[in-house]
Each structure stands twice: as structure tokens, then as C-alpha cells.
Write a protein that binds this ligand. Structure first.
Ligand SMILES: [Zn+2]
Length: 470
């Protein structure tokens, strides 16, 4: 009796133990009988031997379909897999979409080689091409989705995805970060992992440090376990998984997903899309058409021979002259290694276009009014690679907000740059500091790196004054 009382007191006093007791009480004998088909690996059985019987018994879950639960359980609860309640299998499915056939779908973007960038060059990560693929999924005529969650670990990407949701659907459809999605559930969950290892590098530690109990595993667990009927994961698998050398919970998750799920190429996201198209020919010609009558243009062009720029100069100039009070055109481009603009960029500058050198440039894009262009190579270079074009007003606005550089140490988007007082090179906006961390700088590539730190600061101060003139 005393022993029993003491045990009760201990149970009552210990949070974790109370939770355990609930687990055991909910675990009925019928469920236990059905638990037998759940195959435990040898490693798991070994792990269980040391635990009490209660701790090893599975908990029943009522949300995820069997395959989704299997992947989540194997990756994150290997010691005590969750059991899917019998009524989950008989639950009617209320969502239908060509791309959500099967409980687990992996939209593999490995061969796309999409670029990852940072919001305003500084903070949270986003991947425009991933968002454009999501636009393809969500706007297709075949998508009948009862409740939908589009989630990403990165806040900047969540904002982009949110812009794609039609207003009429906002009660049933939602987009957010994984963190804010905790406690929710949706029939269909699209999880955008964002990181591609191209542009922003290295991969976020959420993907490289995947031990169970860590942040990366927790994120994946929360994201995947929000899904009731369909889980669609958008990921550059060669980066996030195939190149991994460690076997941890995150790696187990992707292995199980590949084993149990249906892997589809990124192109299939565009099969029925009325808004996102892959452009294979006539890129510069169609860009020129988009520029006709446009009111605002912002481009990001990584270093390349800008062979497509020349023919666009007259249209860009028209847009520039249309509104003399603001600068409606900003073309960010990477300077040559000697600190000068490339000859093509120089020609555009002489033609009155606001060419702004910046280092580094992680993305390749053009936002022209309601249209978002992206490419894997330089959009106006000799080889633009894969080119995607999305016409979507709210998305274009969200992209502008994500990319927009605010004025500060260096002039931002929609502002003119300046020239070095000594050598007349265009001053460069630097967005990377020591140890590769993002921080804004403003100066001449050659003169300012030769001067002493003091001289550089003084020069920068003077420039700040010059630039500040109306
Ligand atoms: Zn200089």
C-alpha cells in the first residue's frame, strides 16, 4: 500500500510521467492487437529492451494517413512508433489534385538548380523558383483542395507562398512558417524546404545537423505531421539528402519518403499551371513585350556577358522617363573583377538606365509589374538555363518586398548610385562582410580596398554626404 501511494505521489508530481500514464491508458487492447504488424527494426527492439514495457508501447494517432505516419514514426519515434487509428483508413478524402496522388509526394528540384537568396540581401532565405512551382500547383484548374497548408521553415518564403493563396480560399487554405503552424492540421500539406545549396551557402544547419531532438528534426516532424491525407515535399534532394554522409533522423526521413512516396520531377508542377510557364525560346523578345508600358522594373543579374541587355535599353529608358520623380527602374548587376561595370552594363548606363553594381548577386530575376522572371543562369546572359515566368500580381508584389533594398549605408532599390571620386568606377553595394556574413557596404572596389581603414571610413562618410544631396 505504501509503495502504491508513493508511486502515485511520484506520478502526480512528475509531468513526463503523467504524460506516459495517459499514453498507456489510451492504449486499448484492441489497438495493441493491431500493433503487431508494425515491424520494429532490430535496432529498435534492442533500444526497447532497456525500457519499461509502458514506454515502448505505441501511441495511437488520429490524424495522418498510414504512409505519412510511417515516415514520421520511423524517422522521429523509432523507439515507439505511433499507431494509426483504424478509422483513419476509412475516412473519406475530400481533396483531389493531379499532383497529390498518393499520400506522400516528393517534388524533386535537384535538376532544376534553383537559387536561394536572402530577404533584402540580409535575413531570412527564399527560393523564387520553388515558389513559382508552388504557384503552378495551387493555381491549376484540377486542384480541388478542401484544406491546405503551404509551409516553409523560412519566414521570407512563407510570405511569398502566402501571396499565392486566393483570397476566397483564405479560410481553408493557409501559408506560414512551420513554427506558426504548430498545433494546426490540414488535409493537404505542401512543405517547401527552400534550401538548394546554390546562392546562399552553406545549407542551413536544419538540414545538415539532423539528429533526433535537434531543431532540424523537430521542424521536419512538425511540418510532416500536420498533414492528414497528403504530404507534398518540395526539395532539392541531391543537396538535402543524397550528398549527406551522416545517418540521422532527417536523413532517415528523406530515405523513408523516397521509399514510400512517389517522386516526381519539378517540371510536373507546371503541367496545368495557368500562371507559371517554362520559357524555352525567345526569352529576350518576351521580356521586351513585358516591358512595353510597364511602370516598374527591378532586375538582379549575376555576372555574365549581358548579351540580352542591349535590345532592352530603349524600353527601359521609356519606363525611366515616364516617371521622373522616382526611379522606376533598378538593374542590379555584378561588376567585373576589376571593379568596372561590364561593357554591356556600361552601355546601358550611358543610355540612361539605372545600373547598380552589387556584390554578390545570388539570384537571377526580373520583376516587371505583375510578372516575375527567374532563371538558373544569368537571365540576360548567353545561357540563361532554365527560365520560369509567372504572371501573378500579389506574388510579384511579395517578391518586390522580399528583394527591395532599403536606403541606408548604400542607396537602395529605386535610387541612383554614385561614382568613385578618384577613379570614376561605379560605387558598389557590398552585401557580404567578413566570414561571409551578410552586411551592407558601399564603396569603390579598387580605391577603398587599397586605402587604410581610416581613409576608407572617411571616404565612405564623404560619399554618404554626396549621395545624400537631393
Ligand atoms: Zn575608385
Amino acid at each position: 500500500m505504501t509503495v502504491r501511494l508513493a508511486r502515485a505521489a511520484l506520478l502526480a508530481g512528475h509531468h513526463y510521467m503523467i504524460w506516459m500514464v495517459r499514453r498507456v491508458t489510451r492504449y486499448s487492447s484492441t489497438v495493441r492487437a493491431e500493433a503487431q504488424p508494425v515491424r520494429n527494426s532490430r535496432r529498435q527492439r534492442r533500444g526497447q529492451r532497456g525500457h519499461t514495457a509502458a514506454a515502448a508501447r505505441p501511441t495511437q494517432q488520429y490524424r495522418m494517413r498510414r504512409d505519412i505516419n510511417h515516415v514520421v514514426s520511423e524517422a522521429f519515434y523509432p523507439e515507439s512508433p505511433l499507431l494509426t487509428a483504424p478509422n483513419v483508413a476509412t475516412r473519406p478524402r475530400s481533396s483531389r489534385a493531379a499532383w497529390a496522388q498518393g499520400e506522400l509526394v516528393l517534388l524533386d528540384t535537384s535538376t532544376l538548380r534553383a537559387r536561394t537568396a536572402r530577404k533584402q540581401g540580409m535575413s531570412s532565405r527564399y527560393n523564387l523558383m520553388h515558389a513559382q512551382l508552388a504557384a503552378g500547383l495551387l493555381t491549376g484548374p484540377a486542384a480541388e483542395l478542401s484544406t491546405l497548408g503551404v509551409i516553409s521553415p523560412f519566414a521570407a518564403q512563407a510570405r511569398l507562398l502566402e501571396s499565392l493563396l486566393p483570397e476566397a480560399k483564405l479560410d481553408e487554405w493557409g501559408a506560414s512558417t512551420v513554427h506558426r503552424f504548430q498545433g494546426s492540421e490540414r488535409d493537404v500539406v505542401v512543405y517547401d524546404t527552400v534550401d538548394s545549396g546554390i546562392g546562399v551557402r552553406p545549407l542551413h544547419r536544419w538540414f545538415t545537423e539532423g539528429q533526433n531532438g535537434g531543431d532540424g528534426a523537430r521542424l521536419l516532424n512538425v511540418a510532416a505531421s500536420r498533414a492528414r491525407d497528403h504530404l507534398v515535399v518540395v526539395a532539392a534532394l541531391d543537396q538535402l539528402h543524397r550528398s549527406r554522409t551522416t545517418q540521422d533522423a532527417v536523413s532517415k526521413f528523406f530515405t523513408m519518403l523516397l521509399e514510400r512516396g512517389r517522386t516526381v520531377g519539378w517540371e510536373s508542377a507546371l503541367d496545368h499551371s495557368p500562371v507559371t510557364q517554362r520559357m524555352t525560346t525567345g526569352v529576350v523578345e518576351i521580356l521586351a513585350e513585358d516591358l512595353e508600358g510597364a511602370r516598374s522594373v527591378e532586375m538582379w543579374l549575376p555576372r555574365a556577358r549581358l548579351v540580352g541587355l542591349r535590345s532592352l535599353i530603349p524600353s527601359l529608358k521609356l519606363i525611366t522617363d515616364q516617371d521622373v520623380d522616382t526611379e522606376p527602374v533598378t538593374i542590379w548587376c555584378e561588376p567585373d573583377p576589376d571593379g568596372y561595370l561590364s561593357p554591356e552594363a556600361m552601355q546601358a548606363k550611358r543610355g540612361g538606365i539605372n545600373m547598380r553594381p552589387c556584390r554578390p548577386i545570388l539570384e537571377s530575376s526580373a520583376i516587371i509589374d505583375d510578372v516575375v522572371w527567374t532563371s538558373t543562369g544569368c537571365l540576360l546572359g548567353p545561357d540563361p538555363g532554365v527560365v520560369l515566368r509567372t504572371r501573378h500580381a500579389a506574388f510579384a508584389d511579395a517578391v518586390r518586398r522580399a528583394q527591395r533594398r532599403r536606403p541606408g549605408i548604400a542607396p537602395g532599390s529605386g535610387q541612383l548610385g554614385d561614382e568613385c571620386g578618384r577613379c570614376s568606377r561605379s560605387l558598389i553595394r557590398f552585401e557580404v562582410g567578413r566570414r561571409g556574413l551578410p552586411t551592407v557596404g558601399w564603396g569603390c572596389l579598387i580605391c577603398d580596398s587599397r586605402n587604410s581603414r581610416q581613409g576608407r571610413d572617411r571616404a565612405a562618410g564623404e560619399r554618404q554626404l554626396i549621395w545624400g544631396r537631393p
